[in-house]
Design a protein around this ligand. Structure first.
Ligand code: NAD
Length: 350
């Protein structure tokens, strides 16, 4: 077996770059899954991985996810993703981030970066000192549609979550609907506020106690132990922390009819999509429902419109989900598998 090409996660990546900068201690992987629809676009994650192999697998899975996400959002962009391998203390210096910016620049625009977990708007400003192939910059630098993608991701998740409630519960609003949100970070906090404004009953959990307490005070949510949040008896469970949380074991313990959240790569394995369907749990495929951030970032990077275009593209997310769920009902295939097939057709890999 070859070191990389035969692995299922490799999935015919166009290129995978391994980056080192001895002076700053930077070690990064830039994975480019597809440039079929445009430059490979996707954020950079700064994370401590127990093994280098884990970092590579994360980069490959996230990068393919970006190809699918950008295609399903109707964007003229391919898919890629970068991970910076943090040390255990998660030491990040501006010099290290700048060195990463130079590595992105060397790819000549075939890869375009933005924020992901562990990277901030300030880091994007640092990167923009080294390359123009970056988005997610503040409004002062990027113009009208710049800034944190989190609120836009939350808007799309909110609309998608409501589409799922309409389909599953026949309700047009969230009044009295119980939503359990895993995470109280950037996306989760905006999502929780939207849901609270519409009268939803909220349960929330985060390993960062200060964050979860502040959000509960703001929204009237009940705080739940992070170990229990996925298994709360709720109308909707919304994973908005990290990926691979839906596995054979966790799916067996779910007490909800709907999974609709922002986290990337929620299914631990492809067959977990079928496991959710077998339990009659309606799943909103993650890369379809969480496209709001990349929609905003792409509009900033491509400079092809303003707030109206961003809103129009985010407003299309529930329609895309309905299309997937209709096809799933008709074909008997689970929504995750249907979404993958649609995305593969769009990137020329049907
Ligand atoms: P964030 O870092 O702001 O928030 C993540 C939160 O999850 C943190 O508060 C963290 O403490 C918490 N967390 C970690 N492990 C947890 C656990 N076991 N239980 C409960 N909470 C836990 O990140 P974010 O930007 O809000 O993104 C959340 C998820 O959505 C990520 O998976 C990200 O990849 C995905 N996503 C984000 C965007 C975006 O625009 N920010 C876009 C698409 C997808």
């Amino acid at each position: 077996m070859s070191i990389l090409w035969d692995r299922p996660n490799f999935d015919n990546h166009e290129a995978v770059h391994f980056v080192t900068d001895e002076v700053t201690g930077l070690r990064a992987i830039i994975a480019m899954h597809s440039t079929h629809l445009g430059p490979a676009a996707g954020g950079t994650r700064f994370w401590h991985y127990a093994k280098d192999e884990d970092a590579l697998m994360d980069a490959l899975r996230l990068s393919r996810g970006m190809s699918y996400k950008n295609a399903m959002a109707g964007l003229p962009l391919g898919g890629g993703k970068a991970v910076i391998l943090a040390d255990e203390a998660r030491t990040k210096t501006p010099e290290m981030v700048a060195a990463f910016g130079r590595a992105v620049n060397r790819l000549g625009g075939n890869y375009v970066t933005a924020e992901d977990v562990g990277m901030s708007v300030a880091d994007m400003i640092t990167i923009s000192g080294e390359t123009k192939f970056v988005a997610g910059l503040p409004v002062e630098q990027a113009g009208e549609v710049g800034g944190d993608p989190g609120p836009h991701t939350a808007s799309g998740v909110f609309l998608g979550l409501k589409a799922a409630v309409r389909r599953k519960l026949g309700k047009d609003n969230l009044d009295g609907v119980h939503v359990a949100i895993q995470g109280a970070g950037s996306v989760a906090s905006h999502l929780a506020r939207h849901c609270a404004e519409e009268g939803a009953r909220l349960s929330i959990a985060d390993i960062a106690t200060d964050r979860v307490e502040a959000l509960a005070a703001d929204t009237g949510a009940t705080i739940v132990d992070p170990a229990d949040i996925l298994f709360v008896e709720a109308d909707v469970v919304s994973p908005c922390a990290l990926g691979a949380i839906l596995s054979e074991q966790s799916i067996a313990r779910l007490n909800t009819g709907i999974i609709a959240g922002a986290a990337n790569n929620q299914l631990a394995r492809p067959e977990d999509g079928q496991r959710l369907a077998a339990r009659d749990i309606l799943y909103a495929p993650d890369y379809v429902i969480n496209a709001g951030g990349i929609i905003n970032v792409s509009t900033e990077y491509l400079d092809d419109g303003g707030h109206d275009l961003v809103k129009q593209r985010i407003d299309a997310i529930p329609g895309r989900l309905d299309q997937i769920w209709d096809e799933s009902d008709n074909s008997g295939r689970d929504p995750a598998a249907v979404a993958d097939a649609m995305a593969q057709a769009l990137i020329g890999r049907a």
